[in-house]
Write a protein that binds this ligand. Structure first.
Ligand SMILES: Cn1cnc(CNC(=O)c2cc(-c3ccc(F)cc3)cc(O)c2O)c1
Ligand SMILES: [Mg+2]
Length: 214
């Protein structure tokens, strides 16, 4: 059914999840990816860690790099306070097209802005395009070799303020060694590792939470 994995995930959401119910969309995707076919969503275990950070920070302005099918965008948006915005960026137009439909099905489209294209092109334009001063919280979940260059670019573009928090998925598997070395070694960050597992598996993975100190 459906020719691509994201299309099969969307089909599952439309047939099993309750329209307008973000939690049921999240649970449907988790069930499908745990029992039918694995997919690179942040998943339920690491998702709980992400939830706790979103609830603690209560971000007014949040950025996600790497939308994929929209699983974490839906998860995050369902926790955002009123008149807060999640901007989520996806390079791959096929993923973006699926994610738009998953986000709409969950009924969170008024909290989420999905932008398509390369992060390196978009990051320098964000302030102007969205009337932003800075991001309170950034979730990095895109190509692992882009975590570090994009973090440096966000610093240079003044998108991080004292207290802005970076949350990075997959710092162990597939891994982002250069990023980890940077945030753990830099005096401008206070970093903490949350040990977990690769989504839907017993393989070790984790989330790194790093506070920008300015
Ligand atoms: C193509 N593409 C578009 N966006 C991206 C960015 N995401 C990832 O690469 C990514 C990969 C994995 C993963 C894949 C294979 C494996 F064996 C173990 C782990 C897990 C994740 O949570 C991820 O976020 C890749
Ligand atoms: Mg990931």
């Amino acid at each position: 059914y459906g020719s691509t994995r994201p299309e099969r995930i969307l089909a599952e959401v439309k047939s099993k999840a309750t329209r307008g119910d973000a939690r049921s969309v999240v649970d449907t995707i988790d069930q499908y990816c745990r029992h039918q076919e694995w997919a690179m969503n942040v998943g339920d275990e690491k998702g709980t860690i992400l939830d706790s950070i979103v609830c603690e920070v209560k971000p007014r302005a949040m950025l996600e790099l790497g939308t994929y099918c929209g699983y974490s965008a839906v998860r995050i948006a369902s926790l955002l306070p009123p008149n807060s915005r999640l901007i989520t960026m996806e390079f791959n137009p096929v993923f973006a097209a699926i994610a738009r439909q998953v986000i709409a099905w969950a009924g969170v489209e008024d909290k989420v802005v999905l932008i398509e294209g390369p992060s390196g092109d978009w990051i320098p334009k964000m302030k102007k395009e969205f009337g932003l001063t800075s991001f309170d919280l950034v979730f990095l979940d895109h190509w692992k070799d882009c975590y570090l260059p994009d973090t440096k670019l966000m610093e240079e573009c003044g998108l991080l303020r004292t207290g802005s928090i970076l949350v990075a998925d997959n710092v162990i598997c597939p891994g982002a060694p250069d990023y980890l070395e940077y945030v753990r070694g830099s005096p401008r960050y206070e970093s903490k590792y949350f040990r977990s597992h690769l989504e839907y598996t017993r393989v070790e993975d984790g989330i790194e939470k790093s506070v920008f100190l300015g």
